[in-house]
Design a protein around this ligand. Sequence first.
Ligand code: ADP
Ligand code: MG
Length: 711
Amino acid sequence: MIDYTAITAQSMAMAELKLDSPLQFIKGVGPRKAEVLASHGMTTVRDLLFYFPRGYLDRTTILPIKDLRVDEIATFIGKVRAHGQLYGGKRRRYEAILGDETGDIQLVFFDGAQYWKNFFKKNMILAATGRVSYYHGKQLIHPDLERLEDDSDKLIHSGRIIPVYPQTAELNQVGLSSKAIRYLTNLIFANLTEKLADFLPEEIRSQFDLMEIFPAIEKIHYPDDRQAIDFCRKRLAFDELLTFQYLVFRRKERKSKIRKEHNFEKPGKLTEKFYSSLPFELTSGQTEVISEIFSDLQSKQPMSRLLQGDVGCGKTVVAVVSAVYAAENKLQTAFMAPTEILAEQHFSNWQENLRNLGISAALVTSTTKDAEKKEIAAKCAEGSIRVLFGTHALIYDYIEFSRLGLAIIDEQHRFGVEQRSKLYAKGNNPDLLLMTATPIPRTLALTLYGDLEISTISTMPPGRKPIRTVQRESTSRDKVYEYVRDEVKKGGQAYIIYPLIERSDKMELRSVEESFKELAADVFSDCRTAIVHGRVKPATREKTLKQFKNGKIDILFATTVIEVGIDNPNASIMIIEHAERFGLSQLHQLRGRVGRGQKESIVVAIVYPTTSDISGKRLEYFVSTSDGFKISEADLDLRGPGEVFGTRQSGLPEFRIANIARDQKLIEMSSKLLSRLFDTKNKLSKDNDYINIKNHLEEISQTKEIHLTGG
Ligand code: ADP
Ligand code: MG
């Protein structure tokens, strides 16, 4: 048992605490602090127990001040020897001197003098973390500071691990620093007269090698050693993922009870005719997913399927054949794409094929003229338009369908949950097909898209040549450009991609407008060049892209607007300027614009000096692998799912302790348990233990609903 009284010198005599005791009545809290705690989701003792440390201070992570090395990030503990405003030197600053038995160091703050003046007190004990620099001696500029109890440096040196709690400005304002929260958690553990009951029985815990809940909570706050933290984390993250996935499973179960009103007969002549009108043979991967989709369409339950496959594997034709099949069954299809370029391209590529089969198609985007929009809306509402292509414009209220049977969303991760749901709501439980070229690692798909079936195309159309990807320093830019010019002379076509449209004062980056002006007049003066980006008028953009596709333009200067949808098999060179600025999945998407024809393709990532380790790793991955699955897994690992999927957009909750990129094993474990709970055909699900777990999860999830896929 931990002797909590050893941690602070404070006497902790107080009334017995229960899990449901309000925090407000704990000594030292009071109404003002209680209010702020409540705004952070904490009103009872139980709530605070689930406010986990964001990190820990211990002997292994703390250095004596004399051992601090310049340029390294370090944590150390010291007493405030002196502090005050300094005016001499280059800039006005607030300084504090922190010292331990081995030496002193300066902490420097260039702003917030008033705040720091109030913050520092002589002899206060602080843990500081930051990068050590040198200016008339070693110093830390704007370090991370953590106030410690008077004797915690001794405790730490005796081997204790001190929790550091997540901080917000509001908490700090009312004096709820990490130290103050530490005081509260101490007090709670010392005076709590009941333990949290474990909803997982012993047998299941031992199956999954999980700790009991209460000790896990106790030790995540006050661990005996570092290893203990991992084991506690495992249990707490498991619970968090289980609770979250419960919602996904429940949603799937509810969806499975829905019956659609429309009906698909076996595929007939029209679908046959469409197949034979194609200029190519379908790949085995395409044929497989088509049969998966068709069998979903024929089922009584609405389809919710995610079609994934690397850039260029041929997802569009799969979507179009599904639309033809829907038309054959007198049903309408909405086909939504994230950019105008892409929507236009889908429409212009397929309009004729569809017309030849007597299927009328139309396109709506934000630039469609009002009169035309009205006409399309009217035809769509009466049902004479069978396939409606478009961008977000499709989800506006004026678009109505008479019999929407199939909703297709291309590059679905570019849309928010709400947008996907809105399209879905245009029909009466339509079948839903989502498509993405950013494949989701299997375990993550279980969490994010647990209520979807997944189809994967893992074959590429024949004749694709592998793309060579290389990385070059910015200093060899000129050579790279000469290479491009030489290739253009031999009939090649190239993309040059930039991170910005125009020059920005904030960032020292090359922009597409500036470089276009400069290079088109210089090294590319005898090449045919053009520029496209998000601010070029759609009509001009379309014209430029058409000319590029028809070989009338040699070099296309562009931003990432060309990331999706541009299809020019003769373009075999891509130069990416400032490759260090792009995300891994984005680089991979960009790369997908080349390698579409008979020629060997090359991508040159031009890299400018950067201090970020992450961008270095990103580029290493990019150059060394062309496998979209590996890329997206690495991206997830480097950036985290919040960044990759845009947490708010994806509808994914913020996890306190679980990390859906790193905790894939735990996700699998909790799905395994949930499959047993939800598998009503299995007698295990009738087991009392399982019923209890399900009841517990239902109880804590009653008011919650999860909606990640839009279907
Ligand atoms: P993505 O999966 O990235 O959306 P697309 O559907 O845009 O890929 O297809 C990429 C290119 O491959 C298009 O030009 C398309 O016509 C072509 N394509 C698709 N399927 C085949 C096939 N089976 N054989 C040959 N070319 C194909
Ligand atoms: Mg596509």
